[in-house]
Design a protein around this ligand. Sequence first.
Ligand SMILES: Nc1ncnc2c1ncn2[C@@H]1O[C@H](COP(=O)(O)OP(=O)(O)OP(=O)(O)O)[C@@H](O)[C@H]1O
Ligand SMILES: [Mg+2]
Length: 342
Amino acid sequence: MAKGLDVGTMNILSAQQDGNDTVFVQQRNSFVEIDYSDMAEQMLSRSEVLHIRKDDKVYVVGDDALNFANIFNRETRRPMQHGILSSDEKSAIPMMKLIIEQVVGEPDHPNEKLYFSSPADPIDSDLSTLYHQKTLESFIDDMGYDAEPINEGMAVIYSELADNDFTGLGISFGAGMTNVCLAYYAVPVMKFSVARGGDWVDEQAAQATGTPVDKVTSIKEDDFELDFETDVGGVEGALSIYYENLLDYVIERIVKEVDEEDVEEGLDVPVVVTGGTSSPDGFEALFRDHLQDANIPFSISGVSHADEPLYSVARGGLVAARSDEEEQAASGGAEAEAAADE
Ligand SMILES: Nc1ncnc2c1ncn2[C@@H]1O[C@H](COP(=O)(O)OP(=O)(O)OP(=O)(O)O)[C@@H](O)[C@H]1O
Ligand SMILES: [Mg+2]
């Protein structure tokens, strides 16, 4: 067995195979701190509530954090920001450990392969992903897995472009970041991220309209469409404007990076878009239109949208982990033979 894990700014998901099905387990990457004295013991003894008690504080973690925050009138906090561990959040690591333990469970056997997603270094900020990646690798190893990072954009290619020999451009529009990867026969030839995604859209639209960010996020996630027909001057109108701006920004950076990386001309590749931020109706068409207007120096055979945008990255991690495990089993057999010959 093997597992895939998508470690995202908003959502953490695991993927594993069960017969012919892929099973996903998801939690929000979020928590809330509550005074122990305010909390009725039986609320927590409901066994499903993920929580840690530390001194006189209780931390409710994952999907339940928002409910508890509403009940106790507290703000939720997030362990990650812009795709990596938040340097402003001192409790980030224990909270994420708890969420990850819950979504991946115990390893099936010692050193089970687990591929976890990690963003590429952003080209538009000084953030480095190294500390984030190494920290995750070490605590997932401590859970008994053999953890390997996989670039988030590459995971999209493993998940969505298997039928095209793992060749194409994969783009994951997440909460904290957008990750881009161009691969040629499963070899990444260009990968980068930008430190903008759904959170950025929400913050901009909130600021422009004087609306609380949480309100903007729920309007966006609740049947908002990119049709440019509604609500000029309202939140939906502002969301559309910043969505379009995000797309242009990402496309501009792709053109620039392709130029700099000297990507072979004459390529003809498909593009696949995914991630929670790609969910609204109209996103794929808008992206296709804007890409057409851009000056990409290779040809694009088509733009498609992942069927399950929240699951792509975890599924891609699983594909990579399984293929690694199979290879290891094959070469392990050969190594054992070689050792026997010595
Ligand atoms: N139905 C929806 N419509 C619009 N936006 C949505 C919808 N569902 C989720 N989102 C947005 O998608 C984002 C979360 O997507 P995703 O889970 O892919 O990100 P992540 O992997 O947690 O973040 P990152 O990859 O940037 O670290 C959030 O900004 C969320 O508001
Ligand atoms: Mg993501």
